[in-house]
Design a protein around this ligand. Structure first.
Ligand SMILES: NC(=O)c1ccc[n+]([C@@H]2O[C@H](COP(=O)([O-])OP(=O)(O)OC[C@H]3O[C@@H](n4cnc5c(N)ncnc54)[C@H](O)[C@@H]3O)[C@@H](O)[C@H]2O)c1
Length: 83
């Protein structure tokens, strides 16, 4: 899942080329509870690695609430999902 807030869809083409198949990708926001519940109820995952976070140190000092919301809410939602 990626909401493209800090990435480009073209990168997916490069990843597909590297692995030699089409990777299924959801263009969605991991802080959206309804979306998360739908995707996890409709799909089966063998494992989850959560990298969908903001990471700019300077920006996190300027906009702490945006960072808390994005990085903490997504982690809490993931932890609460019944998988
Ligand atoms: N790059 C490193 O060396 C490194 C090292 C240790 C930890 N980390 C941590 O790993 C995480 C990712 O780092 P990165 O370097 O891959 O950053 P990145 O910005 O390149 O990748 C993060 C991706 O998450 C997406 N994203 C952000 N918020 C989202 C949201 N709410 N919903 C869906 N997608 C969202 C962005 O579009 C981006 O593609 C960060 O938490 C960072 O602190 C990175």
């Amino acid at each position: 899942m990626d909401n493209l807030s800090n990435s480009k869809l073209e990168t997916l083409d490069k990843l597909n080329q590297i692995v030699g198949r089409d990777i299924e990708c959801f263009i969605e926001n991991v802080t959206n509870n309804e979306v998360m519940e739908r995707i996890f109820s409709e799909n089966r995952f063998d494992g989850i690695i959560h990298f969908a976070g903001y990471k700019s140190v300077g920006e996190s000092v300027e906009e702490p609430l945006r960072y808390y919301f994005n990085n903490l809410v997504s982690s809490i939602l993931l932890a609460c999902l019944e998988i």
